[in-house]
Design a protein around this ligand. Structure first.
Ligand code: PDD
Length: 290
């Protein structure tokens, strides 16, 4: 079955889906996006994603192209038309197309809206899942990484560096040696007091991950203490457990950071508990919506 993409009001074969060369996302990375998990054909944590999208649009001084309801309809249609049961939907909204000029005039622009969806294999059983290696790199991104913009070159370069070293992700650290987040996910450790630790949102130096937020709630429901505080690469190397979270990685155990094996080299109990809780949550909400 051929893939279908939504572009500015039309559902087109993926191969025929194009935007103009004067599109501002092409020339200036002037746009925002969301990636939403799809399970059983339904979006997971749709509300959280829509709130974050609206905030990204606001923070970039863009104008929403249509109501949330209309955007959700486009995403639902794209999921349906691609027959995605388990997978992800991608929505990009950028400022629109006009002759290249750094300055923009929102009133003269019509935002570009693009949506695609694809199937992905869900993570394996929490009991048998393996861990991944990550590398550490200096975080060289701009100061507003809390906005989910398509301006992702440092992220893409960090991920590529990780891939070239046989690693799954790059954990980024700030000038104080503290971990911010990863190239496309949030970073977590379980410290020596068995507390779950992740960097706080204050400071705009991480993306407020929707999975991060969900995992904080699930941890509380499972009696796991969460502390939102900065942690250093050094602390992570000596942590009991480490993992990362994102819409497409769920809760992914990290068992090696650079050359150091974390804990006993196997995914830890807390990580497995949270992955199981996340999968159960996603199944439950999508079944309820069916
Ligand atoms: N990335 N941090 C960064 C820099 C990210 O790009 C992402 C998501 C996250 C996790 O956010 P969430 O839990 O809402 O997916 C954290 C998506 C999946 C992507 O760019 O494909």
């Amino acid at each position: 079955m051929s893939r279908i993409a939504y572009v500015n009001g039309r559902y087109l074969p993926h191969s025929a889906a194009h935007v103009h060369i004067d599109d501002r996302a092409h020339n200036f990375a002037d746009g925002v996006y969301e990636v939403i998990l799809v399970m059983a054909g339904r979006m997971v944590d749709e509300d959280g994603h829509m709130v974050r999208l609206a905030r990204s649009i606001r923070e970039l001084d863009m104008v929403a192209p249509m109501s949330d309801r209309a955007l959700i309809h486009i995403m639902d249609q794209t999921i349906l038309r691609n027959r995605v049961t388990d997978g992800m939907v991608y929505l990009q909204i950028n400022r629109g197309t006009s002759p290249r000029n750094h300055a923009y005039d929102n009133e003269a622009l019509t935002p570009t809206v693009v949506c695609t969806a694809k199937s992905v294999v869900l993570p394996s059983d929490p009991e048998t899942i393996g861990g991944v290696k990550v590398i550490t790199l200096s975080d060289n991104r701009w100061e507003r990484v809390d906005i989910k913009t398509v301006s992702l070159l440092p992220n893409a370069m960090a991920k590529t560096a990780a891939t070239r070293q046989g690693a799954y992700e790059a954990w980024l650290y700030d000038g104080d040696g503290n971990v911010t987040e990863c190239s496309s996910s949030n970073a977590w450790i379980v410290d020596l007091e068995d507390r779950l630790v992740t960097r706080p949102l204050a400071g705009n130096d991480i993306l407020p991950g929707i999975t991060r937020d969900r995992v904080i709630k699930l941890a509380a429901e499972n009696g796991i203490e969460v502390v939102e505080r900065a942690f250093s690469v050094e602390e992570a190397l000596g942590a009991r457990e480490a993992f990362l979270t994102s819409t497409t990685s769920f809760v992914k155990p990290v068992t090696q950071i650079d050359d150091t094996v974390i804990g006993n080299g196997q995914p830890g109990t807390t990580t497995r508990t949270l992955l199981a809780a996340y999968l159960a949550f996603a199944r439950e909400v999508t079944e309820q919506a069916a």
